[in-house]
Design a protein around this ligand. Sequence first.
Ligand SMILES: [Fe+2]
Length: 258
Amino acid sequence: MGRPFILVQLSDPHIGADWGVGDPVAGLAASVASVRELRPAPDAVLVSGDLVDHGSDAEYAEVASLLEELDAPVYPLPGNHDDRDALRRQFGIPGEAGGPVQYVVDLGPLRVLALDSTRPGADSGELDAGRLAWLEDALSADPHTPTVLAMHHPPLLTHAPALDALALAGDDRAALAEIVARHRSVALIVAGHVHRAIAGELAGRRVLSAPSTYVGFRLDLVGTELQSIPAPLGYVVHVLCDGELVSHVHALSASPCV
Ligand SMILES: [Fe+2]
């Protein structure tokens, strides 16, 4: 058996938030402390959006200093609460001002494609023609290496009305499915945004959303109002070994964060 390759996924820390539930700094600090105890240590850490709550440089400086405690490279992507340019500035991500924040990371046995699913000024998501073309090119450039496609808005319907009101546009999800179907290298699609671990599929590939490190959203398959709750909080540990990828959803105790 080969050495496992570990990609940790943190999501939705919302540094700077005050939603009346939870403590974003305590939640992220507890998550980082927990990740530091993982054995083997992670090879890379993905942060799947909503790093901060209001998009200010001060919030990004704070989240970056908390993430610095991780002994692994950190790869962030934007969520609906992020500011593309401030995120770029803090983490040194190239690209044009105001444009989507997306990039490819070659990690050896695994590739990560960070895809920007945000619609500036809105909580729901979109993938326009330019972003879809970028994805097609990025996937075509390496058809063989197992690839994790990472984005903030999960490309699935959860059937929880309050969550689906903030979803990726249906036409864009269908266009994404067409691209994914053409590329066998896509081993897994990961997301955040819904503050719950939710599994589904797109074009026959697994889709998994990660819990938030800050607050959960109540599981409600009827109501239309989003309700923040102190748990479940956690993160995901993706393990690639001998060409197979499995994902552990690791729940954090609510106690340090409520
Ligand atoms: Fe969020």
